[in-house]
Structures are given as C-alpha cells and as structure tokens.
Design a binder for this molecule. Structure first.
Ligand code: DAH
Length: 355
C-alpha cells in the first residue's frame, strides 16, 4: 500500500499518462523517471533515511516506479498501434479502382497507319512483305526498268553506298518498289502483297525528310486490269480515311516500272482541308500496270500474267488524316507531340472500329 502522498502522485501520473499523445508521453517520462524526475528524486531521498524507514519507503517508491513505468509502456504500445493502423488505412491500395491510362507511352501515328493499312489490305487477302533498307542497285533500279544512266534515275535523290572492289553497287532504297522484285523472284502468281517500310532520299524540308515511309502494293494474276487497280485503291482509301465513296482520280503520269502509269489523287477541299469534300484534288501516290519488262526481269511471262502496282507515302496520308502539318515532328521523339497525336495501345486498329 502506498502512502497518501505517493498515492496522489501515482493517480495524477496515471491520469496524465492515460491521455497523453506521443510527445506528451515522452515529456511525462522525463518529468517522472528522468534524471531530475519526481520519482528519481524520491529514490534519491532514500539515501538519507535510517535503515528501517528506508526499507518501508523503498518498497513503496519502487512499487510506484514500476507502476508508472508499466503505464508508460502500455500507453506507448497503444499509441504505436494507433499510428500503424492510421498509416495502413492511409496507404491502402484499392484493388477495385479502374486502371488509369498509362501516361508515358503511345502508339506513334505512323505505326498506327501501318496497322490500319495492314488490317484493310489483310481483309482483301493481301500478305505483308518487307525488305532491307540497304538494297542492291539492281533491285532498286535496273530490275524496275530503270537502267544505269537512264534519266529516270534523276527523279530520286539517291544515297549511294561506296562499293568495295568486287562488291555489287548498293543504295539506301529510294522506294519500297524493290520488294516487288524480291517477291516476284521468289514466288509465283497469284501474288497480292503490300510492303510498308522505310525509304531514303537526300531531301530535307518541312514536307521532305531524308528518311520517310512508303507502302507498296502489288497484285499479279491472270486477267488483272486497270479497273481492278482503281477499285482496290478506292476501297482502300475510303476505308483508311473513313469517307464512304471517297472520290479517287487516276491521272496519267510516267514511272519506268509501269505502263500505263498514273498518279493517284483523292478529292478534298483546299480551303477547309476536308477529305472527300470540295472540288480540289490531292496527290497521295503513284500507280500503274506492271511493265512487261519488270515481269520478264523476274521470270514471269507477261503474255500470261498481268498486274498492277502502287506506292503511297505513309507520312502524307497520316498527316492528311490527322491534321499534322510538319513532317519533321514525326521523328523528333517529343513526348508532348506523341501524347497529342499518338494512340492508346489499348485500342488496336481493327476493321470493327470502322476504319
Ligand atoms: N516508287 C514510286 C516512288 O517512290 C511510287 C510508285 C509509283 C510505286 C508507281 C509503284 C507504282 O508501285 O506502280 O515515287
């Protein structure tokens, strides 16, 4: 049993400890049990007592010290537990929350265009081919009916690679057309392919880049006519731009590898930029009936097989479709541009979307 003084000291201390916060509890510990704390002072006073009194008082003061120490520990445990519970509640992950769209990445508009073209031509039974960026002079020019020193070579600002002695001359391919040759050398008709890919020309301004992209198309079968070419291009361009019955005009032109040759124009409004609206025409590619010399160069009998081919600029049709006005921004890898013009990876191109 504690004496009255000690009892009231204990009661007061327990009351304060029971409601203290973490900081207050530490202050109480110091004021009670610290070097100059009230309990410590009482313990020190034992030294001046005679043995009888010291024994009785010592038991009481030590009991007081134990009770206060236990109360402080208990209060500290309660406070720690409450703090942990609060932290867990604040940091809880809500697994039912829907995912936020990933802010970092997006599908590049050119990749998107390639996917859309693949989906549209895939539905028409075309296979997708590719070829190397470094191409032989023969595949890029000669086999396509563009012999050395022919003025048609001047149509393209070619990057020529320095050939080692005994090496065949090579170039950075100036168009995707050499993949026509690669395919016709390796496969027999019927052939229906598209070739999306990188191409290179020594040209650089707001509408030209030394590296750009094209998509070639090639169909070789018996009985293929210019009507098939026009129908195929019209269907493709209508689907790609999402404009039913998009006006498509084939305008007489010249390419060495086709005869006859035609530029491909689509209807648009120069004033509003609307595709399929207005009365103006915009060139988006070249096309024609595959030249008999090209078929013969690949071992295909031009008297038996006919075909058409076309090539479109992928940057061109992507800029038109999405209202992008500077070609150079395609290659600057500016994430702000990509966030604005890019596409969510979660919405892949599909014909079901009505492209
Ligand atoms: N290769 C041509 C160019 O880069 C585009 C082209 C025109 C491709 C007519 C063709 C075609 O397949 O038939 O300018």
């Amino acid at each position: 049993m504690l004496g009255d003084d000690l009892k009231s000291l204990l009661d007061g201390a327990l009351r304060e400890i029971g409601t203290a916060d973490a900081e207050g509890l530490e202050a109480l510990r110091v004021s009670l049990l610290g070097k100059n704390g009230s309990v410590t002072t009482l313990l020190k006073s034992l030294g001046g007592m005679d043995p009888e009194a010291r024994k009785a008082a010592g038991t009481q003061i030590n009991l007081l010290k134990t009770q206060i120490t236990d109360a402080i520990s208990a209060r500290r445990a309660t406070l720690d537990e409450a703090a942990l519970a609060a932290r867990l509640a604040a940091e809880r992950i809500d697994v039912t929350q829907p995912p936020r769209p990933e802010p970092q990445g997006a599908i590049h508009p050119l990749s998107r265009t390639t996917e859309e073209i693949a989906a549209i031509f895939g539905a028409m039974g075309f296979a997708i081919k590719d070829g190397p960026d470094i191409e032989s002079d023969w595949n890029n020019f000669s086999a396509l009916n563009i012999p050395a020193h022919h003025p048609a070579r001047a149509m393209m600002d070619t990057f020529y690679l320095t050939a080692q002695p005994n090496e065949r001359p090579a170039v950075l391919r100036t168009h995707t057309s050499p993949v026509q040759i690669r395919t016709m050398l390796n496969e027999r008709p019927p052939i229906r392919i598209i070739v999306p890919g990188r191409t290179f020309r020594a040209d650089h301004d707001a509408t030209h880049s030394p590296m750009f992209h094209q998509c070639e198309g090639l169909v070789i079968e018996e009985g293929i006519t210019l009507a098939h070419l026009k129908g195929c291009l019209s269907d493709f361009l209508s689907a790609f731009f999402g404009v039913p019955n998009l006006p498509v005009r084939l305008r007489a032109s010249y390419f060495p590898f086709t005869e006859p040759s035609m530029e491909v124009d689509i209807g648009w409004s120069r004033k509003t930029g609307e595709i399929g609206g207005g009365t103006d025409w915009l060139e988006i590619g070249g096309s024609g009936m595959v030249h008999p010399n090209v078929l013969a160069n690949c071992g295909i009998d031009p008297r038996k097989y006919q075909g058409f081919a076309f090539g479109v600029g992928l940057e061109r049709i992507t800029m038109l479709k999405h209202g992008i006005n500077d070609l150079r921004l395609f290659y600057e890898s500016d994430v702000r541009w990509l966030r604005h013009y890019g596409f969510s990876p979660l919405t892949p191109a599909s014909l079901h979307e009505g492209i």
